[in-house]
Design a protein around this ligand. Sequence first.
Ligand SMILES: NC(=O)c1ccc[n+]([C@@H]2O[C@H](COP(=O)([O-])OP(=O)(O)OC[C@H]3O[C@@H](n4cnc5c(N)ncnc54)[C@H](OP(=O)(O)O)[C@@H]3O)[C@@H](O)[C@H]2O)c1
Length: 219
Amino acid sequence: MGVQRQAGIRVLLAGATGLVGGHCLRKLLADDDIGQVTALVRRPLEQAHPKLTVRVVDFDHLRDQAGTIDADAVLCCLGTTHRAAGSPEAFAKVDHIYVAELAKLAAARGVARFVLVSAIGADPGSPVFYNRVKGRAEAAVSELPFKAVHLLRPSLLLGERSESRPVEDWSKQMAPFWSLFAWGPFSHYRPVPAETVAARMVELAKSELEGIHIHYFKG
Ligand SMILES: NC(=O)c1ccc[n+]([C@@H]2O[C@H](COP(=O)([O-])OP(=O)(O)OC[C@H]3O[C@@H](n4cnc5c(N)ncnc54)[C@H](OP(=O)(O)O)[C@@H]3O)[C@@H](O)[C@H]2O)c1
């Protein structure tokens, strides 16, 4: 993992109010190799730090605020659920369209690295809608001229949420049994702490590795 510039690496973080994004934010601010963090959020963030700039943006009109995208690396932790978004289309707008638009603007503004939390099973040709949306987002990012694209494909994320998500809550209760049987080629299906995913993202923000890379987790 290489470290660049005296002033530190400049990171733009989308999704800082979320589970993975929140861990990313804390880790970025605590990391001496990171010189500047810009959080793109849709609602104000109650946090102040000398390295942190918070930009409240409308993701439907991100292009109008492209000037806020000025970084060496983008960490994208955007995402929603069908339940929260209200419809499959609204879900796809956040998990695919917003991600693709952010990546397009970032590439145009010379960002070197794009690090995206996607999901296990992401595949643009999948018969499963969720996996298809995630796959389309990955494909949109991968076709852009970044020096490096990192696609992280975690299984179920573990961590404390303020909101209740019944399917996830049930899956978390089953997590120990799930992990027991997820061996060999299935080990990528083990639930993984959101903090582990965030730690990998921050490392990748600092990495000089070039090309497109897919990252799995083994719990
Ligand atoms: N949950 C899992 O088990 C799981 C498993 C594998 C992969 N993933 C994927 O991992 C990624 C991160 O997951 P997470 O659990 O950390 O997500 P999360 O806690 O739900 O956070 C999502 C982030 O996206 C933002 N967001 C949602 N809707 C938005 C909108 N309409 N406009 C602007 N911002 C919006 C949220 O902002 P607000 O706080 O303002 O809502 C929040 O910052 C997601 O892409 C998810 O699909 C999740």
